[in-house]
Design a protein around this ligand. Structure first.
Ligand code: SF4
Length: 146
């Protein structure tokens, strides 16, 4: 039987695409591979950003890098491309990386590079959810197992 497609943050699969040049391999999430066909995406790379890159945070309706540059356009482009990848694969669910200004869900950094988290969604998560794609993070993906 064909497995259901699941959009996944590429860094959770170990891809070294994070701002610091590393990955965030999540061994627990790998058990989902029994049930799902992973569709890996890194929205920030899809948006044309290099790796490594300066960390960015959401501030109001913008995304600002720690060097002060406005990277909102790249984040929005990456979100659109991640949505396109989900649609192409027929994915209606996503497993994304918590805390990221692209992939976070429920909590994101406060925009001041203070280390504090505040309620909110990453740019890609928000766009996916607006388009009917259910997003979980690696911190709680029980809904993907039921
Ligand atoms: S944008 Fe998402 S997939 Fe890419 S490194 Fe950040 S958390 Fe991982």
């Amino acid at each position: 039987m064909k497995k259901e497609a699941l959009l996944v943050s590429a860094c959770l699969l170990g891809e070294k695409c994070r701002y610091d040049g590393g990955g965030k391999y999540c061994a627990e999430a790998m058990r989902l591979a029994e049930r799902y066909e992973f569709v890996p995406v890194c929205p920030e790379v899809l948006g044309g950003m290099p790796t490594p890159r300066p960390p960015s945070e959401i501030l109001g309706d913008r995304v600002i890098a720690i060097d002060g540059s406005d990277v909102t356009a790249q984040f929005r482009l990456g979100a659109q491309r991640a949505l396109a990848a989900a649609r192409k694969a027929g994915a209606v669910k996503a497993l994304l990386k918590s805390g990221s200004p692209s992939c976070g869900r429920g909590l994101v950094h406060d925009g001041l590079f203070s280390g504090k988290l505040v309620p909110g969604n990453g740019v890609t998560t928000a766009l996916l959810e607006e388009n009917g794609i259910a997003v979980c993070t690696e911190l709680d993906f029980a809904p993907l197992e039921s």
